[in-house]
Design a protein around this ligand. Structure first.
Ligand SMILES: [Cu+2]
Length: 615
């Protein structure tokens, strides 16, 4: 058997070696921007000055896409602006009406807009090569579709790496019925990440130089830091590191792109620009938070204020009070907060890897600010994050049956139409990681994936305040036609972070077939994260009902994007009610680009071609 932990000696290059070979060692990394020839002019507009449009008003709206020089965090950068700004305008739509959007492509290249989380005819979904050919340079494409839902969503490019350049904005769909969420004022919070490097250069470095942006690796010098943080002796720390090394994993690989290149933005503004949202004391303030980042998870909190979470991914949930929430890339959360007094509060969005933060202020008037909290320690992944559960490590797992451990990993389609319903509760608690046939693209992390809905995530939950978990999400009103699934399959999230190959079931998109959903069926997907990174998995066109471990299956939340944590087994159920073909992918932009992507075709029979929904 091939030693799965041995790489061919070629291709792998450490950062140090890269710097030596290229003679760049003496240059600071920030000296590689693409816009160096560009000179700042006083007339240059600042990023973050965006407008608001209503796409269901008579006549519809026009969006103009162009490259534009903007001041981003005060520094000149070349962005893809929508109607002159990054983020693009906030677009409102009224449920029950028809949205009409003319997109004018003034870029010298093809582009697209995908309406994230919106149920629509598949040829309006905006994914080049799947829904339509894309919008060629100089062309105008008209999107027109009925608005059949409400809530907070967003839109973005689905072409190449354009999203990294600012091609995104917030969508707000106003409900046709009275909104069950009561509020006096509302504000958009669009979180994102920005790099002054060419995103293609970023991707090239990720593929070529192991851990390029990870400057937080353990070194001999910081052994004492780790001892302090973990209460371990020096010997234990060293042993731990040796164990990690044997597995070719790095416990600090929380994010593959970090503050080394990223400027973190809230509403297009860097932390020092302090974007300020206005609310009077006593008002119920609805914050619509979207993570429009390419690659960055945020941990969001407002020190001194508790937040009531009322909506996620556009869906109203039973209100749950919390102090902090992790927002995966492409997720949305709406929270209600109230200023108790006439003072300012910091909107603090710390990156999951703690390499930076976005920040703003919620205050009764402009010009106020509050203390900005210190960044916390960089989290270390645990052995549990690697699926290395030792006996007795996990509370409540000791009574587990051994057969669960040896659950059959092969696809177990039970077929459709045999009337057999799958259980809705008491799902298997853990499962073995993928078989070795996942091939060279998969660094198999032996052993186990398990349900982690109660786990707030690496680096969270030990600060003495409440942190939201998926197990706390319960839908406010059970959707109609929610029924037990009749077919299921396993989907392994696989990757090799050292080679920057990402895929499903060990295959990149280019090597893979379509995933087939049978029209009308109720389908279960067990996602098994074989990697040590979190992946936000997004399905276009259809909801994923998240199995949240609740006894009342009817109140599971439904999501367009689910965060699958390291070594997690996470189950979703889908009603395949949307004819056509749809994208199904990891929403980390560079993972998607590296191959963590599938086409999900809704078919009449599982062997057949996609239903031609345009007829
Ligand atoms: Cu991913």
């Amino acid at each position: 058997m091939k030693n799965k932990f041995n790489y061919p000696p070629v291709e792998r290059m450490t950062r140090r070696k890269f710097l030596q070979t290229t003679g760049l060692a003496s240059l600071s990394l920030s000296c590689l921007p693409v816009q160096s020839a560009w000179a700042e002019s006083p007339a240059t507009q600042r990023a973050g000055e965006f407008s608001e449009l209503n796409a269901t008003n008579p006549g519809g709206i026009d969006l103009y896409l162009e490259y534009k020089d903007l001041l981003i965090g005060g520094k000149p950068g070349r962005a893809i602006a929508i109607n002159g700004s990054i983020p693009g305008p906030v677009i409102r739509m009224q449920e029950g009406k028809e949205a009409l959007i003319r997109v004018h492509n003034r870029l010298p290249e093809s582009t697209s807009i995908h309406w994230h989380g919106i149920l629509l005819p598949f040829d309006m979904d905006g994914v080049p090569g799947i829904s339509f050919p894309g919008i060629a340079a100089g062309e105008t494409f008209t999107y027109r579709y009925p608005v059949r839902q409400n809530g907070t969503y967003w839109y973005h490019s689905h072409t190449g790496l354009q999203e990294q350049l600012g091609h995104y904005g917030q969508l707000i769909l106003e409900p046709a019925d009275p909104d069950p969420v009561e509020y006096d004022v509302e504000h958009s919070i669009v979180l994102s990440d920005w790099t002054f490097e060419d995103p293609h250069h970023v991707l090239w470095k990720l593929k070529t130089i192991e851990g390029y942006y990870n400057f937080q690796r353990p070194t001999l010098a910081n052994i004492s830091d780790q001892m302090k943080a973990t209460d371990l002796s020096a010997l234990e720390v060293i042993n731990k590191r040796l164990a990690w090394d044997r597995m070719r994993m790095d416990p600090t690989d929380i994010a593959d792109i970090t503050g080394a290149t990223y400027t973190y933005l809230m509403n297009g503004k860097a932390a020092h620009e302090n974007p300020t949202l206005i609310a009077k004391p006593g008002q119920r303030v609805r914050l619509r938070i979207v993570n429009a980042s390419s690659q960055t998870y945020y941990d969001f909190r407002i020190p001194g204020l508790s937040m009531t979470v009322v909506n996620t991914d556009g869906q109203n949930i039973k209100p749950v009070e919390t102090d902090e929430l992790r927002i995966a890339v492409a997720e949305t959360y709406d929270v209600i907060v109230t200023l108790p007094q006439n003072k300012a509060y910091t909107l603090f969005a710390e990156t999951m890897d703690r390499s930076g933060f976005a920040r703003g202020t919620l205050a009764p008037r402009q010009g106020m600010s509050a203390e900005v909290p210190a960044r916390r320690r960089r989290p270390m992944l645990t052995m549990a994050d690697m699926g290395m559960i030792m006996h007795g490590d996990m509370e409540g797992m000791s009574g587990e049956k051994d057969d669960a451990m040896h659950h059959d990993m092969s696809h177990h389609d039970s077929g459709n139409g045999d009337g057999k319903e799958l259980p809705t509760t008491n799902l298997i608690e853990r499962i073995k990681h993928g078989p070795d046939e996942h091939g060279p693209a998969s660094i198999t992390m032996a052993q186990t994936a398990y349900r982690r809905l109660d786990y707030p995530g690496a680096g969270l939950g030990e600060d003495g305040w409440r942190v939201l978990t998926y197990s706390q999400l319960h839908i406010l009103k059970t959707p109609e036609n929610r029924r037990p699934p009749t077919r299921e399959f396993d989907l392994h999230l696989t990757g090799n972070m050292h080679k920057f190959i990402w895929g499903f079931d060990g295959k990149k998109f280019s090597q893979s077939d379509m995933v087939r959903f049978q029209y009308g069926e109720r389908l279960r997907i067990n996602m098994i994260n074989d990697t040590m990174m979190s992946h936000p998995i997004h399905l276009h066109g259809m909801w994923m009902d998240l199995y949240n471990g609740s006894d009342d299956y009817g109140d599971s939340p439904r999501k367009h994007t689910v965060n699958v944590q390291p070594a997690e087994l996470l189950t979703v159920d889908i009603t395949a009610d949307a004819p056509g073909q749809w994208a199904f992918h990891c929403h980390l932009l560079y993972h998607m680009e590296a191959g963590m992507f599938r086409t999900a075709a809704v078919v009449r029979s599982l062997e057949g071609d996609p239903i031609d929904a345009t007829l």
